[in-house]
Design a protein around this ligand. Structure first.
Ligand SMILES: [Zn+2]
Length: 470
């Protein structure tokens, strides 16, 4: 395994090798491509993902990928994209998949300082919808494949890019891709995981996403026979629902932990040099999970509290149809992020109990799936550490559990261990506001991440020890 790193280092040092591509050229090509990607408003229902996928397919063909190794996988109005980088002939190892999503959440130009669908640099930051989530991951994976291909790199096994087309909404395309890639050794997701470089001389860290909470949405409905608003009654669908929502707001799910969440917390404690008291509470919790005093301290921090349990929150309301009639129905949408090990049924039962009103209806929206945890493949950790020796020297690598939900869930359910290992290295106060208004990425971080997969892929699937030279 040492050989692989030597190779990557060797390539870095070779004037005629990897870095013969001047950084400025790599950056300008990447900037141009990010501009093109941001220009596609790849929002659910707009039918723009196929056009972006065709643009990407064209770029892969130009770099020498054969058309038969590039495939658009239709899924309703959107598509997934598969690009296979052929390994050396005779390679027997199972392929490795690399994930990103092509769709983005919508943005209202009237709310943005700059047009969300045009990449713009302002005060050292790149602005545009998707510059972080997840068109940056998509870009860095694409660029790595293009650059490696152009310089004739041959991986020791097949590598497959799997770009989904509806990660932000239904993940139907993701499930198709995951199904096609069954049997892959593991998958690396660009949409999760990443580094952190503290100010001063603190130890940097890199978080690998190895588990995700399950995403599930419920609808809570109060029904009523209605009537004229000139004759109000005590029974009222809006009041009945509101009272239940306040009880749900006050409900806290029980504290949970697992090996991944504890490892993530341990690393977090190490990053909290400026708050030794909180760091100690977390360390005590890791040493003795559930420790009451530590828990009380940790729960004062919302960002920590959600790492410790299932959370459910009301996100939408709908009630009544005219202003002068008593509402015949009032409905709230409640979005939950369920701790691994708890089921959707458990959560529904707990919510119903918290609502405290058996007359209310509580239904699951859509067809959510429960995500298992992933073991982190040793080869991946080794390759990542070697990449980080160049990108983020001295970094502590730690698995963590994601409170969000990504394409990784569908791949894990298809039996493919999936870990998030994204290209960005954030610093104190890095605020990308992805999904929000004015999503943006510092130019410096944009530039630093461009070599991430380029190095990582070489460390992961570079020359076999037999033909390696030291
Ligand atoms: Zn994303």
């Amino acid at each position: 395994m040492k050989h692989r790193f030597v190779l990557a280092m060797g390539l870095l040092a070779l004037s005629g090798g990897v870095l013969a591509e001047p950084a400025a050229q790599v950056q300008s090509e990447a900037r141009q491509m990010l501009g093109a990607l941001v220009g596609y408003r790849t929002v659910a229902g707009q039918g723009n993902v196929p056009a972006m996928a065709r643009y990407l397919a064209g770029e892969f063909r130009k770099a020498g990928f054969s058309p038969e190794d590039i495939e658009l996988v239709p899924s309703g109005e959107t598509v997934g994209l598969l690009v296979r980088y052929r390994g050396a002939p005779g390679s027997k190892e199972a392929p490795i998949a690399f994930l990103a999503h092509m769709d983005v959440v919508d943005a209202d130009p009237s709310e943005w300082t700059h047009d969300p669908w045009t990449l713009e640099e302002v005060d050292g930051r790149l602005h545009g919808r998707g510059v972080v989530d997840n068109k940056y991951g998509l870009l860095t994976l694409t660029q790595a494949f293009l650059r490696l291909r152009r310089r004739g790199f041959v991986p020791d096994r097949d590598l497959v890019l799997a770009f989904s087309g509806d990660e932000e909404t239904g993940m139907a395309s993701t499930r198709l891709l995951a199904d096609r890639l069954r049997g892959a050794a593991f998958a690396v997701n660009s949409d999760a995981g990443g580094g952190y470089r503290p100010a001063g001389d603190g130890t940097p860290s890199y978080y690998i996403q190895a588990a995700e909470k399950t995403y599930a949405t419920f609808e809570l409905t109060a029904r009523n026979k209605g009537g004229h608003s000139s004759a109000p009654r005590a029974d009222n669908a809006i009041y009945q629902l509101s009272a239940a929502l306040l009880r749900i707001a006050a409900h806290r799910f029980p504290v949970r932990w697992n090996a991944v969440s504890l490892a993530g917390l341990a690393t977090t404690a190490g990053d909290l040099g400026d708050d030794p008291e909180l760091a100690k509470a977390i360390t005590d919790f890791v040493a003795s999970p559930g420790h009451p005093a530590s828990l009380r301290r940790m729960e004062q921090e919302e960002w920590l509290s959600r790492e410790l349990r299932t959370t459910c929150v009301a996100t939408m309301l709908q009630a009544g149809i005219v202003e002068n009639a008593l509402p015949t129905a009032a409905r709230a949408t409640i979005n939950c992020r369920i701790f691994p090990g708890e089921t959707i049924d458990d959560t529904r039962a707990a919510l119903a109990q918290a609502a405290g009103d058996p007359a209310l209806e509580l239904t699951v929206v859509g067809d959510p799936v429960e995500g298992p945890m992933s073991p982190v493949p040793a080869a991946l950790t080794v390759a990542l550490e070697r990449t980080l020796k160049i990108r983020l020297p001295g970094a502590r690598v730690s698995p963590y559990m994601e409170a969000g939900a990504t394409d990784g869930v569908a791949f894990r359910r298809a039996g493919i261990p999936t870990v998030g290992a994204g290209p960005l290295i954030s610093t104190d106060g890095s605020d990308y506001n992805f999904h929000g208004i004015d999503e943006s990425l510092p130019v410096s971080q944009f530039e630093q991440g461009l070599d991430h997969y380029y190095l990582f892929i070489q460390a992961l699937a570079g020359a076999t020890p037999e033909d390696d030279v030291e």
